[in-house]
Design a protein around this ligand. Structure first.
Ligand SMILES: Cc1cc2nc3c(=O)[nH]c(=O)nc-3n(C[C@H](O)[C@H](O)[C@H](O)COP(=O)(O)OP(=O)(O)OC[C@H]3O[C@@H](n4cnc5c(N)ncnc54)[C@H](O)[C@@H]3O)c2cc1C
Length: 159
């Protein structure tokens, strides 16, 4: 559930969006990291930190009939991450590992997780398992619910 503070933060950000749009100097522009050829104006750039915040943003956008676009590390060069005048959701703060099934070698993670954190978490879990006398030799099979695909080879935590 959203805490009161989280709810107010998200709701306030979202409610302010039309006002922000009205001021030209406050327009929000986003672009991809590599080519910088996809400069796009978005209506709002929101960074949910929990699944509840994300759900609230989606619900609010739906109620207002506003389009949504999703971005991760912005490494794709075709501008797929951005929709003109959309509510752009930066998913990178949704980066928690939810579960790690050691028996099946499956990691479930939030959709904004990046490879470095995923690998670090896996290695830490593997080391812990080994120190408990359990050893796995097969490779991890990370699962993401994100549609960007599971490959983010060029992303770092600093992106
Ligand atoms: C120079 C270069 C080299 C590359 N090399 C490789 C390579 O070697 N191997 C490889 O596999 N790929 C490679 N790619 C492709 C790129 O790494 C993939 O497109 C990468 O997965 C994009 O991830 P991102 O987080 O930057 O997504 P973004 O560029 O931010 O978004 C890409 C798409 O995914 C959607 N999306 C993003 N985040 C989410 C989310 N959390 N939930 C749902 N949808 C989301 C966006 O809406 C968009 O449609 C390369 C790209 C470039 C530009």
């Amino acid at each position: 559930m959203l805490t009161r503070r989280e709810f107010i933060r998200t709701a306030a950000l979202f409610a302010l969006a039309p006002g922000i749009l009205a001021e030209r100097e406050r327009e929000i522009w986003v672009n991809d990291v590599h080519s910088q050829l996809n400069r796009t104006r978005v209506r709002e750039l929101l960074v949910p930190r929990t699944r509840d915040e994300l759900a609230e943003i989606v619900r609010s956008a739906s109620q207002k009939g506003l389009p949504i676009s999703l971005s991760g590390c912005r490494h794709s060069m075709g501008g797929q991450q951005f929709g003109t005048d959309s509510i752009c959701i930066d998913t990178r703060s949704l980066d928690r590992v939810i579960s790690f099934d050691q028996q099946r070698g499956l990691i479930e993670a939030e959709p904004g997780i990046q490879w470095p954190k995923l690998i670090r978490t896996y290695l830490a879990a593997q080391q812990e398992a080994q120190s408990n006398g359990v050893s796995r030799k097969n490779k991890p099979a990370p699962t993401h619910s994100r549609s960007a695909g599971v490959s983010r080879p060029t992303c770092t935590d600093a992106d």
